[in-house]
Design a protein around this ligand. Structure first.
Ligand SMILES: [Fe+2]
Length: 496
């Protein structure tokens, strides 16, 4: 009974969020909800379009043992990588082969270079069972590399062992962190298995080895559990040409909520949550050169129990406290999540829901507790990066619903950036006629993606327009956030 109520609630939330689609269709909402609950969450069919057929991984017919859905993630400073893939059937074992291909970015310590011989690892293998009626099984495999050489391009393949033979995947490349503090990464959010307008540009930029990883602010596939989880497979195969070559450092969103987020927890099992002392991939952080990046699930405010909210906030407090002890080495803190706490679309997402996350939930005795903003201010977080709303918006430094600066230099508070406009079947969200709060600095109501160029004293952020015909458009927004160098203690003073 309780399970049915939970499923009903999930179905209702999805219907509410997708009301634009339903209002223009002739589907009977109650009939759809019943189908969604009792038929393994069929969802909406995604057909081949100009975006998801890229790389021919999406509509390829896979054999039971053929590797698919490759993706990669990193640990701190890319000292190790984790690789994951899937097979439709059970295999004897899984294998990762990787090898340093060439140095890049002026790597200076040639004497330390490992041999170019291939390194082979056996994987950790497990079965993921989708929560739909078919109880469809997917076989998952993951690896953690040995210590990697800095500033090096690696090539790798994964393999399925079947009948004592190895069936290898395509070869992909990724690279490790540079020796200098400067680096770049890609940022996006809200990507569908269809109508993923911006993804082709992310794939092309990923091939250049300029970008060290990609952040994704939640909501993928729309939805992974649809059609007994087969849409999740299609999506992961479509995204393989991005995720297998640019390490994934994303966050979870509400579209991953089915069956207690088990699709997300299993399919993205390679983010560094064990190093972050959390027990699943919905919460983690990573130190990367001058950056501390936190991935936090704001879904906990809507689906979690009181105890789960407290666990999440305690973890965040501990993580940021630790990060602040090392702020001289890693001056930047970016908070990555799905829901925004400031946005300018006229909807509950930007009012009621934003307020719950920002200011807290109402508990016993009508007391509000657990707001995120006080924690972020206390620990001097620099940037709040989110998705969920399907457009792009940048705020000025903001606190307690008030603009507190128009400069991004030595900002007294964080500012927020919404990047939920990669493209998905619900379409982009245009802005209304206003008026807008004075903390809203830039608004763009169509498709695009962002790049971040990071150094110890500046982050340069660029947002690009992506046209629906596949062309890369204009630069929509380009700005820099800067800070004076943190005072570096001399070793002599430390000894004293
Ligand atoms: Fe969302």
């Amino acid at each position: 009974m309780l399970f049915s109520v939970i499923l009903l609630a999930i179905a209702f939330l999805r219907l509410a969020e997708s009301s634009m689609i339903f209002s223009s269709s002739k589907l009977d909402k109650r009939q759809l909800m019943v189908e969604e609950i009792f038929n393994g969450s069929p969802g909406f069919m995604c057909y081949a379009d100009n975006y998801n057929i890229l790389g021919n991984n999406w509509n390829h017919t896979y054999t039971m043992s053929e590797p698919q859905q490759l993706h990669i993630s990193l640990t701190d400073d890319a000292t190790h990588a984790r690789v994951q893939f899937a097979t439709l059937g059970k295999i004897q074992d899984s294998v990762l082969a990787y090898w340093p291909k060439k140095e890049y970015r002026n790597y200076h310590h040639r004497s330390n270079r490992a041999s170019k011989n291939k390194i082979f690892l056996n994987g950790e293998n497990w079965v993921f069972t989708d929560g739909g009626l078919a109880k469809r099984e997917l076989y998952l495999h993951k690896f953690k590399t040995y210590a990697l050489i800095p500033a090096t391009i690696y090539a790798y393949q994964v393999g399925s062992v079947i009948n004592n033979k190895i069936r290898w995947s395509k070869t992909y490349e990724f690279h490790t962190a540079p020796e200098t503090n400067g680096f770049s990464f890609l940022a996006t959010g809200d990507v569908g298995a269809c109508n993923a307008v911006a993804v082709s540009h992310l794939i092309e930029l990923g091939k250049t080895h300029k970008y060290d990883f990609v952040t994704l602010a939640g909501d993928q596939a729309y939805n992974m559990e649809d059609f007994n989880g087969t849409k999740g497979d299609e999506y992961m195969n479509f995204m393989q040409d991005l995720y297998a070559q640019v390490p994934y450092l994303g966050a979870v969103g509400n579209h991953e909520g089915a069956y207690n987020f088990t699709h997300y927890k299993n399919r993205f099992n390679i983010v560094p949550y064990t190093e972050s002392k959390f027990d699943n991939s919905m919460f983690y952080s990573i130190n990367y050169k001058s950056l501390h990046l936190v991935s936090f699930s704001t879904e906990v405010y809507f689906t979690g129990s009181t105890a789960e909210i407290r666990t999440a906030l305690n973890w965040l407090e501990a993580d940021l406290t630790k990060a602040n002890k090392n702020r001289e080495e890693r001056p930047w803190v970016i908070f990555l999540t799905h829901h925004p706490i400031y946005c300018s679309v006229v909807s509950a997402d930007c009012t009621t829901k934003a307020s719950i996350i920002r200011d807290g939930v109402i508990g016993a005795n009508n007391r509000t507790w657990g707001g995120l903003e006080d924690i972020l201010l206390k620990h001097k977080v620099d940037i709040y990066m989110s998705g969920h709303v399907h457009n792009y918006e940048r705020t000025y430094p903001v606190s307690k619903n008030k603009r507190i600066a128009t400069s991004y230099h030595n900002s007294p508070s964080f500012f927020q950036i919404v990047i939920g406009n990669a493209g998905q079947p619900e379409g982009a969200t245009p802005f209304g006629p206003g008026p807008y709060n004075d903390w809203s600095a830039k608004r763009y109501g169509s498709y695009g993606f962002s790049t971040f160029d990071v150094s110890r004293t500046a982050i340069h952020i660029t947002h690009y327009q992506a046209h629906t015909d596949g062309r890369l458009g204009d630069v929509v927004d380009k700005f820099s956030v800067t800070k004076d160098p943190y005072r570096i203690k001399s070793k002599r003073n430390c000894k004293a």
